[in-house]
Unconditional design. Structure first.
Length: 407
């Protein structure tokens, strides 16, 4: 029963409706056939017996036979003939009815499939429109025509929801652009003024120290704004995906962060196998950069960072796996999930002025936008292991080959 229920739940709605129509037809046909059989059998039993019993008995063939015995024998022969005729009629009726019902049943299956397909066509139009939707295609509408039935009301409600979503996305896009301009411009001006003031030859030591401190604060604010804008962008759905060589991206990130690793006396060990993912190159690079940078920031002196890139079957078929681990303080397992929340840092990290608390939040947003998976687990000896699964480039649709030019 469980297997049948599981199979039925996986069947499409059109097949369900066709099966339902066909089942109802055969149930009604079987009931009608049974009623017809009973009525015909009853009518034959009455009419045939009455017709046969009214016949005159033939003269006895043997003069010496007793009349009662001859009459009884003739009556038995007549009843047997009547019963045989009735059974033959019922057999022919049943056989012909079953053949006709099967033939009409095949026609009912075809008609049921066509009716179900036509009835579900508006729903299929709604589904196809929903599947095409993304941030850049919110202008599309179903615009279903026809009588105002339940499906028409559903399509109109869906179109109204798309109108609200488009207005919300437009407002968000305008806010991001305005925030980018209004917040970055003053910080850029402050940085320029501080750099000019620090280059003055007569600047005092106190002024230099104050200027450097303000430059550091200004840089942290710039990183915070950049992180917020990137988080907003990466939370949206990717419109276009390209092949990205994750091993080359990871190598470039590790080399760019080597000066920071040397200053902290941290060893970076890398195992980078050729791996081609499908996604946005800029976002994938930012994802790897945040992982490695976090592993360096929240580490211990003379610590280690491990960066692995492989192509394996992890979270899905032929996934690209990015695994970054580091040494560091012991992290309770119940606090690991909170690390992916914006502005959340553990107790050991609260006093750090190096991060904005958005590193892993941006990583999760980027991975989610790529239809991937990200998970983190504490190391027994201290530190954290973050594993990212990204779809491989083989999942990208293959463009059609153009015919070879004719000469």
């Amino acid at each position: 029963m469980g297997r049948v229920r599981g199979w039925w739940s996986g069947v499409g709605l059109r097949t369900r409706l066709t099966t339902l129509y066909t089942g109802l037809f055969f149930a009604a046909g079987t009931t009608l056939l049974g009623v017809t059989y009973l009525l015909t059998a009853r009518a034959l039993e009455q009419k045939l017996v009455m017709g046969q019993t009214t016949k005159e008995l033939p003269p006895p063939p043997i003069e010496s036979a007793k009349p009662m015995v001859i009459a009884f024998k003739i009556r038995q022969d007549v009843l047997a003939e009547v019963d045989q005729g009735r059974q033959q009629v019922l057999s022919d009726l049943t056989q012909n009815s079953v053949i006709i019902m099967l033939a009409v049943g095949v026609l009912a299956i075809i008609l049921g499939h066509l009716v179900a397909d036509r009835a579900l066509r508006p729903l299929r139009q709604v589904t196809e429109t929903a599947e095409r939707l993304s941030e850049s295609t919110l202008h599309e509408r179903i615009a279903l025509s026809g009588p105002r039935d339940d499906v028409k009301r559903l399509a109109d409600t869906f179109d109204a929801m798309l109108d609200r979503l488009q207005r919300a996305f437009d407002a968000q896009r305008r806010f991001v652009l305005n925030a980018s301009h209004e917040l970055r411009t003053p910080l850029a001006i402050n940085r320029t003024l501080l750099e000019v003031a620090l280059e003055e030859p007569d600047a005092s030591d106190d002024l230099v120290r104050l200027g450097k401190a303000l430059l550091g604060t200004n840089a942290r604010h710039e990183r915070l704004i950049e992180g917020l804008l990137l988080l907003t962008r990466s939370e949206n759905e990717l419109v276009a995906r390209k092949p990205v060589a994750v091993d080359e991206v990871a190598l470039g990130v590790v080399e760019s962060l080597e000066p920071q690793a040397r200053r902290r006396r941290i060893t970076v060990e890398r195992r980078l196998a050729p791996a081609m993912a499908a996604g946005d190159p800029v976002l994938v690079e930012r994802c790897v950069f945040n992982l490695v940078e976090n592993a360096l920031k929240y580490n211990v002196k003379d610590g280690t960072v491990w960066v692995d890139v492989t192509a394996e079957s992890g979270g899905g078929p032929d996934d690209i796996v990015i695994r970054v681990a580091n040494t560091g303080p012991v992290i309770p397992g119940y606090e690991v999930a909170d690390l992916f929340e914006p502005f959340h840092r553990l107790r050991e990290r609260v006093g750090s002025a190096q991060g904005s608390g958005l590193g892993l939040s941006i990583v999760r947003a980027i991975v989610t936008a790529h239809d991937g998976q990200v998970e983190a687990a504490p190391r027994p000896d201290g530190g954290l292991v973050v594993t990212v699964h990204l779809p491989t480039a083989t999942r990208l649709p293959v463009p059609p080959r153009l015919p070879a030019p004719t000469r």
